[in-house]
Write a protein that binds this ligand. Structure first.
Ligand code: URA
Length: 238
């Protein structure tokens, strides 16, 4: 058992002072009943709701961001703004980091968490968590490009890529690329090697986690509990 204010503050979403205020305003329910005092004790199995929404009190925090162009996928940088700069102070304090990197000009789905083990699993090629990108290219991708990516390309500098999916869209000037790994500039390098340089790149999904279309570039939200459960399940696969 631990104090209600400590448990809610441990999510990083509210400070203890803010929890006190939420409790005073009757916005916190414990097992369906309004919490009376911030110092009340709660156990693992108690259900906590704030403003009608169940709060995930697991020791880790998971955030989905629609990464805008122009920000670095890093926790901090001396000279440039990073995706973490878009998060509020309490999440910065928790030390959230991006799971894998998107290039500065790449947009789309970025997961941020402080759960190092899950991040490792999601990025490991052994775990088969597909990442899907929407690429706009110069020229048009065709069936020869589809075969080349499906076989696994070897790039000019000798970099071996695992077999990847390529699905031309519309007239071939856009395509979906599915990777199981995340090597530096991988999509851009593979398509450039096919003579189809990438003009714009957006990540749409990581495994079962899809970019929430309601999020505008630069916006973020907490993952729902079922989204976290799905990611954990996928990370476990080998
Ligand atoms: N591949 C790239 O080339 N860039 C990204 O940002 C992600 C995948």
């Amino acid at each position: 058992m631990e104090r209600l204010d400590k448990r809610l503050a441990s999510t990083g979403r509210w400070s203890r002072r803010e929890v006190k205020e939420l409790v005073r305003q009757g916005r916190v329910l414990v097992n369906g009943m309004p919490a009376r005092r911030p110092e009340d004790k709660v156990g693992e199995e108690d259900q906590l709701l704030v403003d009608g929404q169940e709060v995930n009190c697991a020791p880790f925090v998971y955030v989905m961001m629609h990464k805008p162009a122009g920000l670095l996928s890093a926790t901090e940088d001396r000279n440039q703004k990073t995706v973490v700069d878009l998060l509020p102070e309490e999440l910065k304090r928790r030390g959230l980091f991006p799971v894998g990197r998107l290039d500065k000009d790449t947009t789309g789905l970025l997961l941020l968490t402080d759960d190092g083990a899950l991040a490792h699993d999601l990025l490991s090629p052994k775990k088969h968590v597909d990442k899907v990108y929407l690429a706009k290219v110069e020229g048009r991708v065709d069936s020869t490009d589809v075969s080349a990516l499906a076989q696994g390309m070897v790039l000019g500098d000798g970099l071996h890529c695992l077999p990847a999916g390529l699905e031309p869209l519309e007239d071939g000037s856009s395509c979906l690329v599915t990777l199981r790994e995340g090597k530096y500039h991988q999509v851009k390098r593979m398509l450039a090697a096919r003579g189809k340089p990438v003009l714009a790149l957006k990540r749409l999904s990581m495994g079962l986690l899809r970019l929430d279309e309601k999020l505008q570039p630069g916006q973020w939200r907490y993952l729902e509990m079922d989204e976290v459960a799905k990611l954990r399940e996928e990370g476990r696969n080998t």
